[in-house]
Design a binder for this molecule. Structure first.
Ligand SMILES: [Zn+2]
Length: 351
C-alpha cells in the first residue's frame, strides 16, 4: 500500500540524524479562513547522543489529556543530550490543533487522531498527521510510549498497558515496559475497536509499545504528574536510553486484565449519573455500580446499572450528566500475572 502513496506533506524543522538537543516543529500545510498559506505547527524535540535505541514519546493524541502533555513538555525542556544514550523523540501534542482547543478531537476537521490510523497523506489534517507517524516517525523508533488519560469525560486509575499480540516476544517486551513504567496498575488491555488506533499502527510494525491511562477529568494533579514523570523516566531506563535505577511504586503493583467487552458498562439512558463506588474499589458481578436519574421529573425510580463481572473499578464517567451510549464504568479483572506462562507474577505485599 505505502508504495503507491505520495510522500507525507508534513516537513520537519529538526534533523533526526543530528546529535544534541533540537526543538522544532512538524509543519503541515493548511489553507483556512484565518491563514490562506498557513501550517499546523506540531512541536517536536529530538535529543540524541551516540549509538543506542530510539524511543518515541507521545502525548496529546487526544487534546484534553493533560497528564501526558504536561509531563512531556516538562521533559522536552529539561532533557539534556548527556542524559541520553541513543535518541529520544518527544511529541507532547500529537494532535496539536485539538490540544490548543482543549478538546479531544481536532477543531479543524473533527478528527479523533487515535481513530485515524494508519492515516492518509491525501486525507484531512488529522489523517495526514496519523500518516506521518505511521510512515515516518514510527519506523525510526525501537520503542514507543503513548501517554493517555481520561480527558474531560473519563477518570481512570493510573496504569500502563500492553496488548495481546501474535508475536509473543513483542508482547513480552511491551509488557515488561508497562510493568517497568511503575504505575499503581499494570494492564493487559482490551480495546473496543483496535483497527484505527495508533497502538495498532505501532505494533503492526513490530515495535515495542506501551500505552497508558494516567488519570482524567481534563486536568492534572501533582500526584498524576509525579507518577507520569516517574513512569517516563522508568521507561527510558528500562529500554536502555537513560542510566539510573528504576523507581518502583511504594505500594505493590496491581495486575489487571480486560478479557472482553463485558468490562465496559455503557448507558442506555440519559440523565444524571450516580456512581456507587470509587475508582480502585472492588465490585462483584451483579452489584449495583451506578444509578441514572430522570431529570425531567421527580418521583421516578432511577435506572440501576450492575457490574457484569467481578473486578476492580478502573474507569468511570467523569461528568455527572450521562447520555445514551456513554461508558459509565469499566471493571477489570485482578490477576496474579499478566504473562501467558505466569512467570511475571505480582510482587508480594510483604516485600
Ligand atoms: Zn486518549
Amino acid at each position: 500500500m505505502s508504495a503507491t502513496l505520495r510522500p507525507s506533506p508534513i516537513s520537519a524543522t529538526v534533523d533526526f540524524d543530528a546529535q544534541g538537543v533540537q526543538h522544532g516543529f512538524l509543519k503541515l500545510p493548511i489553507s483556512i479562513d484565518t491563514s490562506a498559506w498557513g501550517a499546523v505547527m506540531i512541536p517536536i524535540t529530538v535529543v540524541a547522543n551516540g549509538e543506542g535505541p530510539t524511543a518515541l514519546l507521545t502525548g496529546g493524541n487526544h487534546g484534553d489529556e493533560y497528564e501526558g502533555i504536561t509531563s512531556l513538555l516538562k521533559l522536552a525542556s529539561t532533557l539534556k543530550a548527556e542524559d541520553v544514550r541513543g535518541r529520544v523523540i518527544i511529541v507532547p501534542m500529537m494532535n496539536t490543533p485539538a490540544a490548543e482547543a482543549g478538546k479531544r478531537t481536532s477543531p479543524l476537521d473533527g478528527g479523533n487522531l487515535n481513530r485515524s490510523f494508519p492515516g492518509d497523506p491525501n486525507g484531512g489534517v488529522t489523517s495526514q498527521i496519523a500518516d506521518y507517524f505511521t510512515r515516518v516517525l514510527v519506523p525510526m523508533c525501537d520503542v514507543a510510549l503513548d501517554l493517555h488519560s481520561g480527558g474531560r469525560t473519563l477518570d481512570i486509575v493510573p496504569f500502563a498497558a500492553a496488548h495481546r499480540l501474535d508475536d509473543l516476544a513483542q508482547e513480552r517486551a511491551s509488557l515488561a515496559g508497562a510493568v517497568a513504567f511503575g504505575a499503581p496498575y499494570a494492564m493487559m488491555m482490551f480495546e473496543l475497536d483496535a483497527t484505527k488506533l495508533y497502538d495498532t499502527a505501532v505494533e503492526s510494525q513490530g515495535k515495542t509499545f506501551v500505552t497508558t491511562e494516567l488519570g482524567g477529568g481534563g486536568t492534572s494533579t501533582p500526584q498524576s504528574l509525579a507518577l507520569t514523570e516517574r513512569g517516563v523516566r522508568n521507561f527510558l531506563i528500562h529500554y536502555g536510553l537513560m542510566a539510573g535505577e528504576i523507581e518502583k511504586p511504594t505500594e505493590p503493583m496491581i495486575y489487571v486484565d480486560m478479557p472482553d467487552a463485558s468490562c465496559y458498562v455503557q448507558s442506555e439512558h440519559s440523565g444524571l449519573l450516580e456512581l456507587t463506588l470509587s475508582l480502585g474499589e472492588m465490585v462483584q458481578q451483579g452489584d449495583v455500580l451506578a444509578r441514572v436519574y430522570d431529570m425531567s421529573r421527580t418521583g421516578a425510580v432511577p435506572v440501576e446499572y450492575r457490574a457484569q463481572r467481578d473486578g476492580v473499578l478502573i474507569a468511570r464517567r467523569f461528568p455527572a450528566k450521562v447520555g445514551m451510549g456513554d461508558t459509565i464504568a469499566v471493571v477489570a479483572e485482578v490477576v496474579e500475572s499478566l504473562e501467558r506462562e505466569g512467570s511475571l507474577s505480582a510482587p508480594k505485599p510483604a516485600e
